[in-house]
Design a protein around this ligand. Structure first.
Ligand code: AHM
Ligand code: MG
Length: 305
């Protein structure tokens, strides 16, 4: 049994980054516990994007925020549930952390899998930079029948851990890998097919090719499906009302793009720009995303132009 801390030390990951990941993993354990026991009702409040918050959204946000403060390593913290970036004293190192505390929380009452997503960046400035320049690691947790924690460290691959009965994350997959071609498809925002004939034709081509549909409505399990089967494509294009789509660059798209690239896949916006090369201009910035098997993603973008 190899714990994630031991594994990352063997991989040469710095003490500071391992310590930050340790605090993040602690927050994942507490969120998991609260999900099993917690109140799934509405909180009578809205987040920075004007979406209704659940009590669980607020709870997960504060669990993570507390752990990040305690780490003394997170100088800048940006949460999907907060309007603004927050600064904290970080005498032990200077990282920024962007996170979505509970992605897919509208699925909680249906008891589908949901997750938390984290991007870890060097320094305490994110505006004007890109994921390629500053993101050094990312991770996500899937709260399903089991709790899975995937960590990607830039240049060191993507690795999967699972929470065991005594509360430790144990290595279960040393190297996550995405093949260039796939038989699965996970087509988000199908509403966009109503105004975009090319997206409609793309989805129809996936159906005509007899691909297997895997779509849950939760980005975390949908993208984790790609990593666990080593193939697949997840799409979330813009539509007429939402010119940048729905999914957020800092909290969802950039962290998953690092995982995908570290696993040998790719992640592009609707014009074919790698998501990791998009300049960050706003904490709550959104981007269309096509992510997963490299050939599938590249071919899809080519047919949409
Ligand atoms: P959230 O962060 O408010 O939970 O929204 C993100 C979720 C993703 O998990 C999922 O891919 C997407 O929203 C689905 O959105 P929709 O069903 O509105 O197209
Ligand atoms: Mg989200």
């Amino acid at each position: 049994m190899i714990s994630f801390n031991h594994f990352l030390r063997e991989k040469g990951v710095s003490n500071e980054l391992r310590s930050l990941l340790y605090h993040i993993s602690r927050s994942v354990k507490y969120i998991n516990f609260s999900l099993r026991a917690g109140n799934t009702g509405k909180n009578q409040s809205q987040n920075a994007s004007g979406e209704d918050q659940l009590k669980l959204d607020v709870m997960a946000d504060s669990i993570i925020m507390d752990e990040l403060k305690k780490s003394e390593l997170a100088a800048l913290v940006i949460s999907e549930e907060q309007d603004k970036a927050l600064n904290f004293p970080a005498p032990r190192g200077t990282f920024s952390v962007s996170y979505d505390p509970l992605d897919g929380s509208s699925l909680v009452d249906a008891n589908l899998a949901i997750g938390s997503i984290f991007g870890i960046w060097e320094g305490d400035q994110l505006m004007g930079t890109t994921g390629r320049k500053k993101m050094i690691a990312s991770c996500y947790a899937v709260y399903g029948p089991r709790v899975i924690f995937v960590i990607a460290v830039k240049g060191k691959g993507a690795h999967q851990f699972e929470l065991n009965d005594v509360g430790e994350f144990i290595l279960v997959e040393e190297t996550l890998h995405i093949e260039p071609d796939s038989k699965y498809f996970s087509p988000g925002n199908l509403r966009a097919t109503a105004g975009n004939e090319k997206y409609l034709a793309l989805v129809q081509s996936w159906i005509a090719e007899k691909r297997t549909l895997r779509y849950s409505g939760g980005m975390v399990p949908d993208i984790h499906h790609i990593l666990s089967k080593s193939e697949g494509i997840f799409s979330y294009p813009r539509d007429q009302k939402h010119e940048h789509g729905k999914l957020r660059l800092l909290f969802e798209c950039a962290p998953f793009s690092l995982v995908a690239e570290e696993a040998g896949g790719t992640s592009l916006d609707q014009e074919g720009t790698p998501v990791l090369d998009i300049e960050i201009t706003d904490p709550h910035q959104r981007t269309p995303i096509f992510i997963g098997s490299k050939n599938d993603v590249e071919k899809s973008i080519a047919t949409l132009q």
